[in-house]
Every structure is written in C-alpha cells, then in structure tokens.
Design a protein. Structure first.
Length: 400
C-alpha cells in the first residue's frame, strides 16, 4: 500500500528570542493555526483525520503534556482526533512524516496529519535537560561534546576553511532572499492573533544585506567553549589525527533559532478520494542511521544512502535535495560525501537563512521541496537532517 502526501503547510518562521514576532504566540496556537488552515484550504470533513503526529524537541512548559493532542483539541477538528508527540531531536518533523507513512502503509491508519512545532523563544533549547548532555557517566565514556564542537571538528577534518563556510552561509541567505522575492514559499501561511490580524507574514530571519565580509567579522561561537571547558581535548582524544580544532562556525553560518510549525496530510489513495483530493507525492523510502556521538552530525550521507538503496535508486535519480543547514559544514560534507552539486541542494536557501525550529524543520523542508519540484516540473526529492547525539534521517518523495 502506498502512503501519499496530499498537502503540506507551514507557518512563517519568527526569531526565537524575546524580540521575535511570535514570542507571544503559544506553540499550541501555532500548530493549531496550520491545522485550521489546512482544513479551510480544502474544506474537507475533519472527522476523516484519525491522528496528529507532531515532532517537538523541548517537551516541557508550553510544549509539555502532549502538545500534539493539545493542538488537535484546539483545532476544532473534533474530539475524535488523537495526538502523539515524538522527539528524535532535529529529525523529529521528518520522523513524524515517516511514522505516519508507516502507519498508512501497514493499513493501521487511513489518514494522518504529521509534522512538528517548536517555540524556541518560549521554550529554550535544552530546557528539558536529559542524561545525554547532563550526565557525566554517559557523556565522558561516550566522548560527547556540544554540537558546535562537532561542527567545527567536521570542518577541521574535511578541510573547510572559515571562508568556505562563510561563502556557503552567504549563498544560503541570497537564495532565501531571492525565493522570498519571487514568492516561491507557497506552502507558507502567516501567523495571526485572536482577531485574525497578521502578527507575522514573512520569514523573520532572512537577511538579504548579508555579505561575506560582514560574516568574516563575527567571532567564532565555540572557541572558548572548546578551549576553556576542555571539549576540544575530548574531541581530539577521539580523533587524535586532528592536532587542533579550527573554530569556524558562528551565528552567521549556523542555523538560526526560530519559532514555527508545519504539517503534512498523509493517507491512502482511498482516503484522498473520500476527501476529494489528489495526491501530490508518495513516500518512496525512509531511513535512519546512527553515528559516532563525538562527531555526531555526519548522519545525512549514510542515512540518504540507506534510503536510496531501499528505494532501488542512486543519487543521480534524485532531482533536488534538502539537507538541513544545522551548521554550514554539515551540508557541505553531505554534498562532498554524495558528490552532489550545490545547485541541486537547498536551492531556496536553508536553515542558516530561514532558521531551524527544531521539531518542525524536517516537515518544513518536505513542504519546501514539494513546492519546488512542482515549480520546476521535476519528480524526485530527498530530505535529510543531521541529529544530535549521533544520528541521521532521510526520506525520498516522488511526485504523483
């Protein structure tokens, strides 16, 4: 049985700090607004939707107590609608899609909404604590270091200079600015207040005035952490061939902290017919891959290779890629490992420019890729993200 994607919607992304436009909006409200927009867009019978699966990394405070069910309840779809929240760190939004597809392919569900939400202005990254990054009994034997150190380790080992990563970040900003100007983000909705007035109607973090020269003036974000806290030594202990970690990442070439929510509508062929909807894409394959927790962020390439093998495809069969720009070196390594040209990857910019609302990003990348494949009249796409703790995730979609 096939799992079809009937549509994808996302909110605009707001800066994830106290000055961000969406700080006053609860994550439940953000997620509910995309649910309501989907229902209003297609005017379908909401009782046919069985479940809501939402990725969310910081499942505490405003995002605790199963935010998926909270959003389902607030959406007005009806009391029948169930909800479950999941956390595969940065891969959560794509994991939600993959789990929904598995339910549909198995015949256990007919129609599911899957996506993610994260309000990074209201629930700070790391608020949920946890043994992986807090317990020395786990971190020390595993040589676990902060993600920024891992990103700088990748850049050092792969030979990416400060200018290389800054050039990549500049290109991300220019592509996002061009896509914004051209109106390519067609699956995007504004976030509204209680009176239906727009609070934010554009992605708040895009900076079209970015220059490579300006990026070069920013101080590395992880040098002091690496040197003073000893994390460089921990990484070098695991990778002794590296004599010194080159700290090349900073706020301008790493993913921006933002707020946002996104969903997809996934179901069987029969469910779509009952709604009067035509499928846009089908999910061909989905894979995950574990990696060394020290270097941690190298999962996209092996996860993608597993997905390609599962689908009986090779990298040349993929028309466009979305690789999350958690840090510049992550996407650069992905392109290097799979020998994929940059003109096929993140063609409308990535998280460096647009931002990375942790639990929602994988779903946002899926919607962006769907829109762009249709705009260019292409057929196949691959979405992939690195994941904290040493994982990667990848999904292949094919146009119907």
């Amino acid at each position: 049985m096939e799992a079809y994607i009937y549509d994808a919607l996302r909110t605009v992304r707001g800066k994830g700090n106290k000055k961000g436009a969406l700080m006053g909006v609860t994550p439940t409200d953000m997620a509910s607004q995309v649910l309501v927009s989907l229902k209003e867009k297609h005017n379908f019978d909401p009782t046919l939707v069985e479940d809501v699966i939402l990725g969310c990394v910081g499942q505490v405070m405003d995002q605790g107590a199963n935010i998926a069910k909270s959003a389902a309840q607030q959406s007005g779809y009806g009391d029948h609608l169930c909800g479950v929240s999941l956390n595969r760190f940065c891969g959560s939004g794509l994991e939600a899609i993959n789990q929904a597809a598995a339910y549909v392919k198995s015949g256990f569900r007919q129609l599911i909404i899957a996506g993610g939400v994260e309000s990074m202005s209201r629930v700070k990254m790391g608020s949920d604590g946890g043994g992986m990054f807090m317990d020395p009994a786990l971190a020390i034997p595993g040589n676990i270091v902060p993600q920024g150190i891992s990103a700088d380790l990748i850049a050092t080992r792969d030979g990416f200079s400060r200018n290389d990563v800054d050039q990549f970040a500049y290109e991300s900003q220019m592509r996002a600015a061009a896509a914004e100007k051209a109106g390519y983000f067609t699956s995007r909705i504004s976030v509204k207040d209680i009176n239906g007035i727009d609070i934010l109607n554009t992605d708040e973090n895009i900076r079209p005035s970015t220059t490579v020269e300006g990026l070069a003036k920013l101080n590395p974000s992880f040098a002091m952490m690496g040197e003073m806290a000893g994390f460089d030594a921990v990484a070098i202990d695991k990778y002794p061939e590296v004599e010194e970690i080159h700290h090349v990442h900073h706020a301008g070439n790493s993913s921006a902290i933002v707020d946002g929510a996104a969903i997809t509508l996934i179901g069987t062929k029969e469910a779509g017919q009952a709604l009067g909807l035509k499928p846009r894409f089908k999910i061909r394959a989905a894979a995950i891959h574990g990696t060394d927790p020290t270097i941690m962020l190298v999962g996209p390439a092996p996860a993608s290779q597993k997905a390609l093998k599962q689908a009986g495809m090779n990298v040349n069969d993929i028309d466009l890629f979305e690789c999350n720009e958690a840090f510049a070196a992550v996407a650069m390594r992905f392109m290097q490992q799979l020998n994929v040209p940059h003109d096929k990857v993140n063609v409308n910019g990535g998280a460096i420019a647009l931002g990375h609302p942790l639990g929602a990003t994988g779903c946002m990348l899926t919607g962006t890729l769907m829109d762009e494949l249709e705009r260019r009249d292409l057929n196949t796409g691959l979405i992939t993200l690195c994941i904290g703790g040493g994982m990667g995730i990848a999904t292949i979609i094919e146009r119907v």
